[in-house]
Design a protein around this ligand. Structure first.
Ligand code: ATP
Ligand code: MG
Length: 337
């Protein structure tokens, strides 16, 4: 059985853009394939400590798993949920892979360049973490790794490391993840969804944007979120129609309305065709978003820590079994065993 692997960064800061554009599609993909694929969902907690020591990390790890279930993830025996740091083979394989990776190829990683730019001192992990990411993937023969565009280069690096090691020892030890073009096709996101910033709809919504009214967070008070939608920037065209170029604000609201209610965008566009009162559209979208947040937050609160720890215990047992077997194969060819 093939494996789909995904990791959600531990972060309680989640915009409706992240949710509607990344998390929900991932959960739908998992639900759709869970009978014929292994679905590995791991919490990359070792990646979380790269930037800072977070006093809330342990709680946020549990919360990030609750978020998957609140988004509709249906557990079954093929869905494996685990914490990276509870599977020591990740760190071990990371070291071994760093012995075949070159400084030059890591130096070319755009993420590293961006994150280190202008800083007087950066830790070694910012440079090395793509190798840990390769280990996260290769331990499980994961062919499909749905990630955002910013991570495509790291998937290519993982492919290269896998093929290099296989060639070096003349054995098919690792299954390289499929090429990024195939990843995109598999995810079915050719026309990637981009929720826009509410105040500046020419830009995409981002959690790092400073403006409070620019973004709706999944843990915003639902009523406050509705107010943000009501204050969204629109235009003076006076027609409700989908035209991302000339009317990005209105188009964004139509897009949000469609995604929140899980109906085709075209249906929402037809419903509002000929209407001219922006206030009516805003009220409708505000109410949809408010209901979505209420439901989502209630579902997060309804899942107990105990239930999550139960899933983790089963998942980590599974993950250690698979990962240790793969690590042993690697240790053999390096004559460590
Ligand atoms: P940052 O401002 O820190 O870059 P972000 O909101 O862009 O935060 P990321 O952590 O970069 O979020 O991305 C998390 C996931 O959410 C990625 O898969 C990314 O493609 C997706 N995503 C980010 N912003 C949007 C958006 N506005 N609409 C749809 N998907 C988005
Ligand atoms: Mg981003």
């Amino acid at each position: 059985m093939k494996t789909i692997l995904t990791g959600l960064r531990v972060n309680s800061e989640l915009t409706i853009g992240n949710y509607l554009g990344a998390l929900l599609p991932m959960v739908r993909l998992a639900n759709q394939h869970k009978d014929d694929y292994n679905i590995n969902i791991f919490v990359p907690d070792l990646h979380s400590i790269i930037s800072e020591v977070d006093g809330e990390l342990k709680d946020n790890i549990l919360k990030s798993i609750k978020i998957y279930f609140a988004a509709g993830l249906q557990p079954n025996e093929n869905v494996h949920i685990y914490r990276q740091s509870y599977v020591p083979a990740h760190s071990e394989l990371c070291w071994i892979l760093s012995c075949i990776a070159s400084m030059g190829e890591l130096n070319r990683m755009t993420q590293y360049k961006e994150k280190s730019e202008g800083k007087s001192s950066v830790n070694a992990a910012i440079f090395n973490y793509p190798i840990l990411m390769a280990a996260d993937i290769l331990l499980y023969d994961a062919e499909y790794v749905p990630v955002g565009e910013d991570q495509f280069q790291h998937i290519e690096l993982t492919r290269n490391l896998a093929m290099r090691l296989n060639n070096k020892f003349g054995q098919e030890i690792f299954v390289p993840p499929v090429k990024t073009e195939e990843q995109i096709k598999f995810m079915g996101v050719e026309n990637g969804i981009r929720i826009r910033d509410l105040s500046n709809p020419e830009k995409k919504m981002s959690k790092s944007t400073a403006g409070e009214n620019s973004k709706v967070m999944m843990f915003d008070a639902p009523e406050a979120a509705a107010k943000k939608i009501m204050s969204a920037t629109t235009d003076s065209v006076g027609k409700i129609q989908y035209d991302m170029f000339n009317q990005p604000g209105i188009s964004n609201l139509l897009q949000i309305e469609a995604l929140v209610n899980d109906v085709p965008l075209q249906d929402v566009i037809s419903t509002w065709a000929g209407e001219t009162h922006y206030g009516d559209l805003k009220r409708k979208v505000a109410s949809s978003v408010q209901t979505m947040l209420e439901d989502f937050q209630n579902r997060v609160n309804d899942i107990s820590d105990e239930k999550v720890l139960e899933y983790l215990e089963t998942g980590e047992k599974y993950a250690n079994g698979i990962a240790n077997a793969k690590l042993l194969e690697v240790q053999h060819v390096f004559n460590l065993r």
